[in-house]
Design a binder for this molecule. Structure first.
Ligand SMILES: Cc1cc2nc3c(=O)[nH]c(=O)nc-3n(C[C@H](O)[C@H](O)[C@H](O)COP(=O)(O)OP(=O)(O)OC[C@H]3O[C@@H](n4cnc5c(N)ncnc54)[C@H](O)[C@@H]3O)c2cc1C
Length: 444
């Protein structure tokens, strides 16, 4: 039996706590979180802001009471200020201002990530908003009720920025989406896919300011305009959604980190310091598309890493099988899913890759109900022919198909193996010569 201290109880921390208490082997679990709530599903934030769900209650799946009923001791509104890794003690300030020291046998760092705030003039003006916490979302929703907020500039056209652009447009706000890249979603999709999203956004009246770098936010006390290297746009609110950085303040001087600051962990989530584990957005993952350690901040990775650290902290060996960074986005009717690496990114990393693409109707041509087209692209290693990435787009919900590619990347399946894969045919669902088979068969 050991005493395990968990710092941070959002998705990664909560999952680790659930796993440890689930073993029910008498390990003592003490938790600190500086926030007043835990388990907020940021993935539902845009749906809530956009009014597609009426209330946020379902965006939480755990709380202090639930975790305590499982046997953990949970300190909310309690910031861990310092860790003495030599003495194995964490120093925290509790909700009532009291300073405490808590010793540990094993420490799990689950301190997550923080929004990246560009160092530009005007970033502190009123109505410059971040989007990470429940409190951030609530603030934005309250401000949307103000009729003076007519135009919103969203900076960053990654999946969060794009989702929020849709949410604001649903409130009939004028939306300007700004990004330094030439397209939306440039980290996860090749241009022929991103352009589908760009068209989708502009067809819904969202103004795209791509290929522009934000230099300044102007205003007298509150936001009045945003200045890029090419233009100035009048606006009443600015959303900064340019990405997240690992929150590794507590251990950055003691534990090994990646250049972006994420704690480097092995396949058991162990850091470079004995008995200290790191999970979720503050830690690295092993990215199977490249075989390298990488930083991929996703709730899915947070949950899996929480399970792994919990096992190992409790003396039960469990190793990560790596991740593919599988992700999805649904904006208006357009659905896009991807896993592994896209061609453009692979080439930037110097990988020698080939691609095969196909586009076809989802279901048999004689079907008389809605039958949208699906576009697919598979990226594979030019020498080994092992699949390293896949992207799909359609107004049809083909999302489940991407999981097969995730497994293919994890298990190092070649594009040639995919050619004769047994894929069922039923006209209601797909075609006998379906787009997966056809894309594989067309591979050079
Ligand atoms: C708007 C939005 C949409 C998203 N959509 C998706 C999606 O669709 N799919 C997906 O997979 N992922 C999505 N993500 C990413 C996902 O939310 C994160 O990957 C996930 O929250 C990471 O969980 P975590 O527990 O590692 O870190 P965090 O969620 O950052 O939690 C860290 C916790 O640590 C606490 N903490 C930090 N420092 C201290 C300290 N010193 N003392 C005490 N407590 C501390 C914080 O209060 C916090 O509760 C989205 C994120 C956002 C913001």
């Amino acid at each position: 039996m050991s005493k395990i201290v968990v710092v941070g109880a959002n998705h990664a921390g909560t999952c680790a706590i659930n796993t440890i208490t689930g073993f029910n082997e008498g390990d003592e679990v003490v938790v600190f979180d500086q926030n007043s709530n835990i388990s907020f599903l940021g993935c539902g934030m845009a749906l809530w802001i956009g009014g597609q769900i009426s209330k946020p209650d379902g965006l939480f799946y755990s709380d202090k009471q639930k975790l305590e009923s499982q046997g953990a001791k949970v300190n909310m509104n309690s910031k861990v200020e310092k860790v003495d890794f030599e003495k194995k003690v964490v120093c925290a300030t509790l909700e009532d201002g009291k300073k405490v020291e808590e010793s540990y046998d094993k420490l799990i760092l689950a301190t997550g990530s923080l929004p990246i705030v560009p160092a530009i003039p005007g970033r502190d003006l009123e109505n410059v908003q971040m989007v990470k916490l429940f409190q951030n979302a609530k603030e934005v929703i309250d401000k949307l009720k103000n009729p003076d907020i007519k135009t919103i500039a969203v900076v960053g056209a990654g999946y969060i920025g794009v989702e929020l652009a849709e949410a604001f447009e649903r409130h009939n706000k004028k939306v300007i989406l700004v990004d330094i890249a030439k397209t939306a979603l440039s980290s996860y999709y090749d241009e022929e896919f991103s352009q589908l999203m760009d068209k989708n956004l502009s067809d819904h009246g969202i103004q795209l300011a791509f290929g522009e770098t934000v230099k300044e936010i102007k205003g007298n006390g509150k936001v009045e305009s945003i200045v890029t290297d090419k233009n100035e746009y009048q606006c009443d609110m600015v959303i900064l959604a340019i990405g997240f950085k690992p929150n590794t303040e507590l251990g950055k001087e003691y534990l090994e980190t990646m250049p972006n600051g994420a704690y480097i962990v092995d396949d058991t989530q162990a850091t470079s310091m004995k008995d200290v584990y790191a999970i979720g957005d503050c830690a690295t993952v092993r990215f199977n598309a490249t075989g390298e350690k990488s930083y991929i901040a996703l709730a899915t990775n947070a949950v899996r890493s929480g399970i792994i650290a919990a096992y190992n902290a409790c003396g039960k060996k469990l190793e990560s099988i790596g991740v593919q960074g599988s992700n999805a986005i649904a904006i208006y009717d357009l659905k896009m899913v991807s896993t592994g690496i896209c061609e453009q990114k692979a080439k930037q990393l110097g990988m020698d890759v080939l691609c095969t693409s196909f586009e076809d109707l989802q279901k048999a041509t004689f079907i008389e109900t809605t039958n949208p087209k699906v576009k697919i692209k598979i990226v594979y290693n030019a020498k080994t022919r092992v699949i390293v990435g896949a992207q799909m787009a359609s107004t049809y919900d083909m999302s489940m198909g991407i999981h097969m590619f995730s497994l293919a990347i994890q298990e190092k399946v070649t594009i040639d193996k995919l050619k004769l894969l047994d894929i069922f045919f039923l006209p209601h669902f797909n075609q006998p010569y379906n787009y997966i088979t056809m894309a594989a068969l067309s591979a050079k």
